[in-house]
Every structure is written in C-alpha cells, then in structure tokens.
Design a protein around this ligand. Structure first.
Ligand code: AHR
Length: 498
C-alpha cells in the first residue's frame, strides 16, 4: 500500500518563524563547562569558547538559545555571574546538586551567542526570587546607561546594552521538583507583576509565561487557564515542554508519540483561545515550545551521581537512530502548528541531552539527532503548507491509527524551493510515496536526503562518529508536479525541489 501527500501553495498553515529552530544551554552537567566553554582546550578562542563546538552550532543555524535554565534558573542569582571572575561566588546548585563556580556567566553567554550567530532567550528566577531581581537584570542587560545596574554593566566592560529581546518568566513552576515551586495562582500573580515591571524597564521586550512541564502533569490544562487568567495581557507566549523516551523498547509506540505532541499543542492552543474569548481580547497568544527532545538514556546513570561535583557528566544521552526518527516527527509536528508555535528550543545543545557531544579536553561529534534538526533548520524556512496525507496505518496498545507516513512541506518562496520532510515509521518495509505538488508548476529535484540505519539502536560515538549519517541517494523522481519516492524502512527523508 502506498502513501500520498497533496500540497498546494495556496493552502498554507503559516510562516515558519525561524525561532522554531532554537535551542537551549543550561548551567547543567557539561553543557557550559567542557561544552561551549573550555579554556585551555586546543580549539579554545581568547574567551575560552570551543571553536569546534561553535562550528557545529553554526551548522545547525540556531537563531535563538535559551539560558541559563531550566531548573537551574529557579536558584539563580544573576549578580553572582557578572563582574570580575576572581570575585564570583561558588554556590551550591540545588536543582542538579552540583557546585556552580560562576566562572562563566551572563555576559560571557551574550558574547558566546553573538559568535554563534544567535540571539539570547533569557530566563529570570521566579523560584527563590521575584519581581525585584527580574526588573534589575532587565535594567542591567538592556538599559543604555545612567542607572545603577546599567552603569554596572558598563563597569563590567559592556558599554553597549545587550538588547535581549525575549525573556522567560521562570521555568516549570508547576513541578514539585522546582526550587520555589508554586501553585498556578501564586505563579500567575508573580509572573504578571514581574512582567509588568520588566516591561516598564524595557517596553520592547517579549515575555514567555510558564505552561505545564509536560502533557502528563495532573494540573494540565487548568494550570494554563489560571496562569493565563493572570498574565494574558502581559505576555506574548505560553511555554510547552515535552520529552519522550523508549524505556520499554516499544519502538512503534515511541515513534507514534509525536501524535500526542500534536494533541498537546492543540489543547494548549484551545486553552489560550478560551482565555482570549473570556477576556474579550484581540490578542492571540503564541506558543513557545521551549524544551523538547528525547530524554531517558541517562536516567539510570544520573540517579547514581555523587552530589556537589563541578560540571559532572549529567543527562548525557547517547542517541540512536530511532531517536533521530522521533526528533524528525516532533519537528514535523511543530511545523504543522507553525501558525501558533513561534519559538521552540531543542533541549539542549551541547553534551546535555544534546545533538553535539564533546570530550572534555578531547574531540567533538554529531549525534544522530543532529541531522533531522539541521535539515529542518536549514531547509525548513518559509511557509508551512497543509499536508493532506493518505497513508496506511498501524495500531499500538496505547495509540491507534498511527500513519506510517509523517510529513509536511515547506515553501521557501524567496529561494524558489519546496522541501518535503517525511518519516517512514514502518520498521520492516519501505513505503512508496507520491507527493502531488499540483499548483507549483513543473518542478525539478535538487536532492533526496535520507537518514537510515541497519540497526535502530545504532549511535554515533567519539570512536565512531559517523556510524549514522545522512546520504543523498534517496532516489526520488519528479515528473511534472508529481514526486515519486520509496521511503526506506525507518527513515527520515528530505526531498528538496525547485
Ligand atoms: O532540560 C533538562 C531539564 O528538563 C530542565 O532543566 C527542566 O526545565 C526540565 O525538566
């Protein structure tokens, strides 16, 4: 049985905001120390930033990076992380039970992001701190001069304001694991007041309120409704977070998880629109899917970690081929919601549940998930088109009617290109595919990129960094406006046309 996808250039979902391809660096494990920053490393520049890592980050074309957490931010005293390094305080970091030296801080991150051609998405601490610290960091970061904190920034060597535009109001405040966890009422009130004064300090900023930590939270979606009741007029985005794993080795179900992600986004969207109606508001609330990925391989190791180490190897998932397929499906899910999901952050970027891995003092390599993310970021810019899909389906115990084909097309009018992203979820058989590009006129194939592997559990390692890499011998053919392809079993495909 074959699958069919029909797309029409007039049937659009929405513009793909480039920030859909954002990522995340938390002060956690070896993301900063031994990851993006390692003075003394052979590739380190004058600021101690690893050039090998920067190069790979640039390959991913990451337009925005969230910082400094994550759970870390709920205990973060931003003042500890600026000023002369020799005077910076070492702190017990309670979220991940480590020692934070603060050798690398806010200003260093702004510098690093510039070198990575990326903007900063800064989070404020609404766990142990609140309105006061939130407005002060905005003043330090964005006010030009002539006030205590802006002058302090200048004294620290940064004459020009950082101009950080996007700010997160805390992190996962619905989770009992969060330092300073709050009820929806408590958080909603605090976030609204913090938002108000942050915008009084700099009216040009945009704010993200915390949604639920994941779809399975018992307070979902009441949390969203209550938080928005307080914050609707003050913020531009509501956050979503979601990680998936395959601990029972049930790959058909694992690969179907992106259908849950679709439902998650639809429910948050509906909750936002309910609040829009309730408030008689003209404003549409957009979504920031600012943590998403596969995360489970490292759980066992992490549970045995001794506390109070400096930058220990935490959350170091080594990703396999099937993880890359789900990451591809999750990217397609977000593209299918491009009208509302305007920002997203692959969590995270280096060493910690990351597409890029390093050895401290050694080399670096690309994990399997690097590739679908890179393809989407590089080729998935433009307008997302409604994918009309007919596909054979399968059932699992938990999820039924799962199409073997997952797919979407993105039209880049500027470059005159259309790119089809497609996953074949079938683990044993290839899937014949026809894509009908009816309204596009005669097209020709640029290339058909495929990520496939002989073993679903195959991964890239320091010793074998190129075990799973894409090739462009996919063999799609185009006749007029009809593309014909055979999608290899368990594969990620990028069919590029002009
Ligand atoms: O990304 C790892 C952690 O996952 C983050 O710190 C937290 O926000 C989430 O639970």
């Amino acid at each position: 049985e074959k699958a069919k996808m029909t797309v029409d250039k007039d049937f659009t979902i929405g513009e793909v905001d480039k920030r859909l391809y954002g990522s995340f660096i938390e002060h956690l494990g070896r993301a900063v120390y031994g990851g993006i920053y390692e003075p003394g490393h052979a590739s380190a520049d004058e600021q101690g930033f690893r050039a090998d890592v920067l190069e790979m980050v640039k390959e991913l074309q990451v337009p925005i990076v969230r910082y400094p957490g994550g759970n870390f931010v709920s205990g973060y005293n931003w003042e500890d992380s600026v000023g002369p390094v020799s005077e910076r305080k070492r702190r017990l970091e309670l979220a991940w039970r480590t020692i934070e030296t603060n050798e690398f801080g806010f200003n260093e991150f702004v510098d690093w992001a510039k070198k990575a051609n990326s903007d900063v998405m800064m989070a404020v601490n609404l766990g142990t701190r609140g309105v006061d610290a939130a407005r002060n960091i905005v003043e330090y970061s964005n006010h030009p001069e002539g006030s205590y904190y802006s002058d302090l920034r200048i004294k620290h060597g940064y004459k020009q304001p950082h101009g950080v535009k996007t700010w997160c109001l805390g992190n996962e405040m619905d989770g009992p694991w969060q330092i300073g966890h709050k009820t929806a009422e408590e958080y909603g009130r605090t976030a609204a007041e913090a938002a108000k004064v942050m915008k009084w300090t700099d009216p040009t900023i945009e704010l993200v309120a915390c949604g639920s930590s994941h779809l399975g939270m018992p307070s979902f979606p009441d949390w969203e409704a209550t938080v928005l009741d307080h914050t609707y007029d003050h913020v531009e985005y509501l956050s979503l977070h979601q990680y998936y794993g395959n601990p029972d080795n049930d790959t058909p179900t694992f690969l179907a998880r992106s259908l849950e992600m679709d439902r998650f986004i639809d429910t948050v969207k509906a909750t936002c629109d309910y609040m829009k109606a309730k408030k008689r508001s003209k404003k549409t609330m957009y979504l920031s899917f600012d943590e998403w990925n596969v995360w489970y391989h490292s759980h066992e190791n992490d549970s045995k970690m001794d506390p109070w180490q400096i930058a220990p190897p935490q959350l170091e998932d080594i990703y396999n081929h099937e993880d890359a397929l789900l990451v591809g499906c999750m990217l397609i899910s977000m593209l299918k919601h491009a009208d509302r999901v305007k920002m997203a952050c692959l969590a995270q970027l280096v060493n910690v549940i990351a597409p890029i891995m390093t050895e401290t003092g050694g080399g670096s390599w690309r994990q399997t998930i690097f590739y679908p993310f890179m393809h989407a970021s590089v080729y998935g810019r433009g307008t997302a088109l409604v994918p009309l899909i007919q596909s054979p389906k399968y059932d699992t115990k938990e999820i039924t009617d799962v199409p073997y084909l997952e797919g979407i097309a993105v039209h880049n009018e500027e470059q005159g290109e259309v790119t089809v992203f497609a996953v074949n979820r079938h683990l044993e058989e290839s899937l014949p595919l026809e894509v009908d590009l009816r309204s596009f006129g005669k097209c020709s194939l640029i290339e058909h990129i495929v990520l496939e592997a002989d073993d679903l559990k195959a991964s890239n390692t320091a010793a074998q960094p190129d075990r799973v890499v894409p090739h462009n011998r996919g063999g799609a053919s185009v006749s007029d406006t009809l593309i014909t392809a055979s999608l290899a079993k368990a594969s990620w495909n990028v069919i590029r046309l002009k």
